[in-house]
Design a protein around this ligand. Structure first.
Ligand code: C2O
Ligand code: CU
Length: 460
């Protein structure tokens, strides 16, 4: 019989032992929402910008006045923003100062296989690995995170998550809110013990604190004008459903960049790994008041306080970016994500097309240059398990969901697609330049860790 959840990961033992979970007593809207620092290049040449970042243990203030040991990029809760420009390469040298092996994957990146952070290729303690990202893709919020097979749920949960923004001139020319009015936000969950340690393991659904840029229920002081918020869900296993009373949410982009046209959304629904890019206009919110961003599970998450006036020449044009028309698909594939309880034991096996991940096996061979149609299904409808599906290297264009038109959250370029129990999503994907081996998996990281992952090899 199915347990109440799929994912279950055993802690590595390298973190401070945590006591029983408690619900921290915090007062809503008493701390400001922190902003992620920007990483400065250590060197810029005609061809690339080079960055250096340490992966290290640090005591981070999450709960007011308390320290929580974390595994961080650069020492803070939020991995710093690496700002790249479309068409210009970046090199990022990650130095592993943790006592255990790790690696880094740039989620949403279009990159050659050697720089993709393959789950079996690790950076040993004390070693540095430089990844080169070509940024030959349109503007988008990407994010970097640990991707070591079997152990990444704990690494990401303990803090290995950071922002990576690709900017491009076509996007800049649209005059969307920018600079201080373009704010990256990271949402995730956490569970604490009485000494403010993170509790890892067990059912991720039990994590009872939502964190917005690393704080529970912060406030954010805004001017009475338009803001762009680029939001990433870095929880290892969670769906957020956000709504905002008092102002409209206009979605302008998704995982892979801008939508063809802006859409007004009553609710933003997005799962682990997915991004939503939105504009909120605070000019109609009564001056001196606040409006609250609310999640369907956690309740109030973030209060926007309108505290000052500011000029606003930004706009949200009716057309943002044309979605590329892909050639007709020449290959159709079935990809079914599921859970196998037949082995017995407390932890099931995660599968794709009935098989758990095996790094020695190629699950599909894809011809470079081809366009394919993938029927991606959640085969766990009977168990009621939610999954999602993330592919490396490329972005999907969703064609249909359950035989009908795509859901609003399916629009645009998607590298991670939410799959509620029993759902079937049909998506088109085009393989252009790179060859080699890439993984695809459920981005509920506890699920991928127990096998819900496969790999494709792109060949000539
Ligand atoms: Cu966000 Cu395979 O990863
Ligand atoms: Cu899953």
């Amino acid at each position: 019989a199915a347990a109440g959840h799929v994912g279950h990961s055993v802690p590595s033992g390298f973190a401070k032992a945590a006591g029983p979970a408690v619900k921290p007593a915090t007062t809503p809207f008493t701390v400001p929402m922190p902003l992620a620092p920007e990483l400065r290049p250590v060197r810029s040449t005609a061809a690339f910008d080079r960055y250096e970042l340490s992966v290290k243990q640090a005591d981070v203030e999450i709960l007011p006045g308390q320290k929580t040991p974390m595994w961080t990029y650069g020492g803070g809760f939020l991995g710093p923003v690496i700002r790249a420009r479309s068409g210009r390469a970046t090199q990022v040298a990650f130095r592993n100062e943790l006592p255990l092996a790790t690696n880094v994957h740039l989620h949403g990146s279009h990159v050659d296989a050697a720089n993709d952070g393959y789950p079996m290729e690790l950076i040993e303690p004390g070693q540095t690995r430089t990844y080169t990202y070509p940024n030959t893709q349109q503007g988008a919020l990407l994010w970097y995170h640990a991707h070591s097979h079997g152990t990444d749920p704990e690494h990401v949960y303990r803090g290995q998550h950071g922002f990576y923004i690709v900017e491009d001139p076509a996007e800049a020319a649209l005059n969307l809110p920018c600079g201080a009015f373009d704010v990256p936000i990271m949402l995730r969950d956490a569970l604490f013990d009485a000494s403010n340690n993170l509790v890892f393991g067990g059912n991720p659904a039990d994590r009872n604190v939502a964190l917005v840029n690393g704080k529970p229920q912060p406030y954010f002081q805004v001017a009475a004008r338009k803001y762009r918020f680029r939001i990433v869900n870095t929880a290892t296993e969670r769906v957020f459903r956000l709504s905002l009373a008092g102002a409209k949410i206009v979605q302008i982009g998704t995982d892979g960049g801008l939508l063809p046209a802006p859409v007004e959304k009553a609710e933003l629904k997005f799962s682990s790994g997915e991004r939503v890019d939105v504009v909120v206009d605070f000019s109609q919110v009564p001056f001196g008041t606040g409006i609250v961003l609310t999640d369907a599970t956690f309740g109030p998450m973030l209060r926007f306080d309108v505290v000052r006036r500011a000029a606003d020449t930004s706009r949200v044009p009716a057309r943002l970016r044309r979605l590329e028309v892909l050639p007709p698909a020449t290959v159709t594939r079935e990809v079914a994500i599921g859970t196998d309880f037949s082995q017995g034991g407390p932890i099931p096996v995660g599968t794709i097309n009935g098989r758990p991940f095996d790094h020695d096996r190629i699950d599909m061979t894809v011809k470079r240059g081809s366009t394919e149609l993938w029927n991606i299904s959640n085969a766990d409808g009977a168990y009621g398990f939610t999954h999602n599906f993330h592919i490396h290297l490329v972005q999907f264009q969703v064609v249909s969901r359950n035989g009908g038109p795509p859901a609003p959250e399916d629009a645009g370029l998607k590298d991670t697609i939410l799959l509620p129990p029993g759902d079937v999503v049909q998506a088109k994907v085009h393989f252009t330049d790179y060859l080699g081996k890439y993984v695809y998996h459920c981005h509920f990281l506890e699920h991928a860790a127990i096998g819900m992952m496969g790999q494709m090899e792109i060949v000539d």
